[in-house]
Design a protein around this ligand. Structure first.
Ligand SMILES: [Mn+2]
Length: 232
């Protein structure tokens, strides 16, 4: 049982506020290469794949027809994140039980007070949509890009920003319940190996494929090995 996990693509409508930053064809090529190399049984898209804070789903689907068609050739599981929590497709989390091991794949915003709160998410979405309406003004667009860039790179300096809460969240789930917990949300590719009563357990984070990054997690449940995928 082999899985590939990706998250936080933030697929957009290819406008000035877009955050995905990949040429569709190049991105498909990259995906194809990774899939050929790892031969996964399943691909899990672990949240924030669609940027629904700012766009309607149909606008995004129209802009990335080849990518979405490409994904249909594989066994793909969609898990919802905070940016696509209103999506009609997708699960809140995905669980695998295989050969005595339990794996949980969940986006991770549940660990964060602001993003985990449905009411706050509603107002953020409202604000983002409003911002988009005003984005034909240069200064609004520049302000937006500055704010978003700040938020996006923030978790890279985790020690300063106390993003330890995601590790703590994962550790709680790993205690007794799971053998591996895979999150996204922080845009920070990371791994942590721990041993509990002789069991080797993993906390993994699938990072992001936005802004020219290409990150993800490969997990082979049978051999109990994993790999961090991190390419430009
Ligand atoms: Mn998120």
């Amino acid at each position: 049982m082999k899985i590939l996990v990706f998250s936080d693509w933030h697929l957009d409508a290819k406008d000035a506020l877009g955050w995905f930053g990949w040429d569709e064809k190049k991105f498909i090529k990259k995906l194809q290469k990774i899939i050929t190399h790892y031969q996964p049984d399943k691909i899990v898209l672990n949240g924030d794949i669609f940027e629904l804070y700012r766009y309607r789903k149909v606008e995004i689907v129209r802009r990335y027809p080849e990518l979405l068609r490409f994904l249909q050739r594989y066994s793909v599981i969609y898990v919802r994140g905070n940016h696509d929590s209103i999506s009609h497709v997708g699960l809140d989390y995905y669980e695998i039980s295989y050969e005595g091991r339990r794996i949980l794949i969940v986006h991770g915003h549940q660990a964060d007070f602001f993003n985990g709160n449905r009411v706050i998410r509603f107002f953020v979405r409202l604000g983002m949509k409003g911002l988009r309406l005003l984005s034909h003004w240069n200064w609004v667009r520049n302000l937006y890009m500055r704010v978003y860039r700040h938020l996006d790179t923030k978790p890279l300096d985790a020690r300063k920003e106390n993003d330890f809460k995601y590790v703590v969240y994962a550790l709680r789930l790993l205690d007794k319940q799971y053998d591996a917990v895979i999150l996204g949300h922080t845009h920070q590719l990371e791994d942590l190996v721990l041993y509990q009563r002789g069991r080797k357990k993993y906390y993994l984070n699938s990072g992001t494929c936005s802004q020219g990054r290409f990150q993800g997690i490969f997990l082979d449940v049978s051999t109990w090995t994993y790999a961090l995928i991190n390419e430009e």
